[in-house]
Ligand binder design. Sequence first.
Ligand code: PEP
Length: 248
Amino acid sequence: MRQPLVVGNWKMNGSLQFISNLLHSIQSNIDDKISCEIGVCVPFVYVGLAIDVAGKSSIKVGAQTVSEHTSGAYTGEVSASMLEELGCHWVLVGHSERRQLFNEVNEQLVTKVMAAQRAGLIPIYCVGETEAERKSGDTFSVIEKQINALIDNESINLTNLVLAYEPVWAIGTGLTATPDEAQEAHAFIRQLVKNKAGDLADKLRILYGGSVKADNAETLFHQEDIDGGLIGGASLDANAFISICQMA
Ligand code: PEP
């Protein structure tokens, strides 16, 4: 049995006040109806604040990217051990905005996952096809390349990892994969992991991301291989985020 997980990706939004208010509101609305694990991935500069505000609550804080390097002359970068020292739990790796806007590629992303795991963080490795790739029938080959780059690497610990399927055309667009489309991609990803790691694949959580809202979360989360969500826009609204957590 996989415990559902809902993670908010706050992207480059907020201020000290906003982050503090949002986290307080989420926290004060967590009740017995919520049995999923909850995470929020915040901008680097707010990690410390978010960890302080989250305190002893069940919300686990994460970052949105991490350096693949351990330390040294990498101006502007933040290492996995720095994040771990602050108390981070998760780190997103390979979000489509990192892939598209910052040219991060599979090979580099795998080294980021390794760096995160070495430091004791749980990476959330994101994959997904663009609209053009889906239209040209390349969805599954793209996903396969992204997943195989990771699982073919013997240094990756598959027990300390979360995957996220996020079709790029659905991120921040209001378009969502249908529950069947999402389930098909999730089942495909789980099978790829199964081919490599057998039964371990059944324990691996695979989140869906792409315009998940309170009104579409339930049908998505009902799918067999969808273990929760990675939530962008809707995670900036405490009520919407809490409703999504309740569905999970
Ligand atoms: C995301 O950024 O990971 C995401 C899924 O965004 P949105 O929910 O806004 O589509």
